[in-house]
Design a protein around this ligand. Structure first.
Ligand code: FAD
Length: 539
């Protein structure tokens, strides 16, 4: 296969124009062009007043590949396509009686379990929350009726934290082995739209993601894996520095010397147990801030100009960074075009925000976290769990500021910048359910965070006109941007640095940040488990 990079075509080009453009670029006739696939399609909207074009990366089969490559050897955008296929690292022998455990069934646990099941290792998944269907009802109960289920909510349950999300599937991770392609491929096999394989910023959206996740669970089961819901791991059996199994909340003990720890960033009770049992954990940086909401049309206009609303482009997104005078970096986080702000707590008496959307991204508002990076050395010294404790304190205070009934505290951007409490909404209506109580957000976060965000908003307004409009809404607070801990692992064998057989993975362990990277980490860890199990069998 030959790969063509940087093939540009107008936004509204007819489908057949692509084939013609490929033949022209390779200087071949239509009959010499056997087949092609779009590897990636992006568009560049940075220069707003010029035409927006699609930029393609294409893989092509031709009748005489060598001849074409030789003829175009000087063209740096034409090369042999890399092999992006996935090849398992091994196969479990028949009759293997030890089964690996996977704790957590978010994207990381899902891909760890699927990959292990595909290699014949028959994993047992232990998930504290409930299955997709029951979990959806439980989650809506908080949003609609202010009733929280501590074991089944936005953070906990089948699909993990990524289930009620925007389902953005892109990441900045280095991926030389193309594990990200496997993640996308498995999602598509399970019912995700095919375009996620090639659009540059793919997303699935909440509704479709739920179907995809339950299809993948059925595949794991069909491969003799087991997926157990309502199965909270409350203790770890560790002997002579090696994991031997886990204990569940109902007292059941499950033995295994291979345990994948794919907990997510909100399993604070489990972090505490791991720490008590001596598993090495350290505090790590994360970020805190607010969610901001604007009309989506404002973002579309600012980003796409005359192309705003173009059906091929969809709702526009943004990514913003500002370095404040107090040395803090303020940045946009998990931007959700045409989405809603959601109540994302997993604990009673706490308020925390996040954002989600459906595949169509056609809600009225755009939202994003506007957050400030904080770190253990400067901002929360005091041991491995100091970040967890800080999050807990901030979220409890936000609950009180919101009126102690799961409504979130909020403020209009104009008032926030001027330092006065808000009492009335303007044109922008907040989407957070169960509701937003207006007031003053300044007491909800440390002073340096407030100061940095106050300075950043007008600066963002220079990049996106109207971003600092007075009636844009800030809803508080955003604290679960990434894990406040790292459960450190060895770079080579991916096992905990002091507990053999324990494989810290995904976002909660500090090795991923987002659905795609968590899925990729799940695959890597599954490979490490399979390799270790096969080696132990031989040795
Ligand atoms: P998680 O998804 O958090 O899964 C961990 C699982 O472990 C949970 O299901 C939990 O119940 C289970 N668990 C924890 N402790 C135990 C225990 N003791 N016993 C048994 N089970 C346990 N990322 C993106 O890339 N794109 C987005 O658009 C996006 N939007 C988001 C929107 C929202 C509302 C939220 C909350 C997050 C969003 N994210 C998004 C982040 C993304 O969801 C996470 O990065 C990702 O889910 C992390 O995957 P994970 O598998 O490591 O952990």
């Amino acid at each position: 296969m030959i790969r063509i990079n940087e093939l540009q075509l107008p936004l509204d080009h007819p489908p057949e124009a692509l084939r013609q453009a490929i033949a022209m670029r390779l200087k071949i006739s239509d009959t010499e062009l056997l087949d092609f696939t779009v590897f990636k399609r992006s568009y560049d909207a940075r220069k707003k007043n010029s035409e927006i074009t699609f930029v393609y990366i294409i893989d092509v089969s031709v009748t005489d590949e060598e001849k074409v490559l030789e003829r175009l050897a000087d063209d740096r955008n034409i090369r042999v396509s890399p092999d992006t296929g996935y090849y398992p690292v091994g196969q479990a022998p028949e009759g293997l009686n030890e089964r690996p455990l996977v704790i957590g069934f978010g994207p990381c646990g899902l891909f760890a379990a699927l990959t292990l099941a595909q290699m014949g290792f028959k994993p047992i998944v232990l998930e504290r929350g409930r299955d997709v269907r029951s979990r959806t009802k439980d989650t809506w109960a908080l949003w609609r009726k202010k009733v929280l289920s501590p074991e089944s909510n936005v953070q906990f349950g089948e699909g993990g934290a990524g289930l009620f999300s925007d389902g953005k599937l892109y990441s900045q991770i280095k991926d030389p082995k193309f594990y990200g392609r496997k993640v996308m491929h498995e999602f598509v096999r399970a019912g995700a739209p095919e375009e996620i394989m090639f659009v540059s910023k793919p997303h699935i959206g909440t509704f479709r993601l739920t179907g995809v996740v339950s299809t993948m669970r059925e595949e794991i089961k069909a491969l003799d894996g087991e997926v157990r819901f309502d199965s909270r791991v409350v203790d770890f059996i560790i002997e002579d520095g090696r994991i031997q199994g886990v204990r569940l909340a109902d007292g059941e003990e499950i033995r295994s010397r291979y345990v994948v720890l794919a907990l997510g960033h909100s399993s604070r009770d489990t972090f505490r147990v791991l720490h008590e049992r001596g598993v090495y954990i350290e505090a790590k940086p994360f970020a805190v801030g607010f969610r901001i909401e604007h009309p989506q049309s404002l973002i579309d206009q600012a980003r796409l100009g005359k192309y705003a609303g173009h059906p091929e482009l969809g709702a526009a997104d943004y990514k913003l960074v500002y370095h404040a005078k107090n040395g803090r970096a303020v940045y946009s986080f998990c931007m959700c075009p045409g989405g809603t702000v959601v109540a994302a707590t997993s604990e009673p008496g706490r308020v925390v925000t996040n954002g989600m959307s459906q595949y169509s991204r056609n809600e009225r508002n755009a939202n994003a976290g506007i957050v400030v990076g904080i770190n253990p050395e400067e901002d929360f010294p005091g041991g491995p769990l100091a970040g967890v404790e800080l999050q807990e304190r901030l979220e409890s205070h936000a609950f009180e500021l919101g009126g102690s009934d799961y409504c979130a505290p909020g403020q209009l951007v104009g008032d926030f910048i001027r330092g006065r409490a808000s009492s009335e909404f303007g044109e922008v209506e907040p989407s957070y359910k169960p509701g937003v109580r207006l007031g003053d957000l300044a007491p909800s976060l440390p002073g340096y965070v407030i100061e940095a965000i106050r300075e950043a908003l007008p600066a963002f307004g220079k990049q996106i006109r109207g971003f600092d409009r007075p009636d844009a809404i800030l809803t508080g607070i955003e604290t679960r941007t990434s894990s406040p801990v790292r459960i450190k692992r060895d770079n080579e064998n991916l096992q905990s640095v002091n507990t053999r057989g324990l494989y810290p993975a995904g976002e909660g362990a500090g090795y991923a940040g987002g659905i795609l990277s968590a899925g990729v980490d799940g695959i890597k860890v599954a490979e490490a488990v399979a390799t270790a199990m096969l080696a132990d069998l031989q040795g």
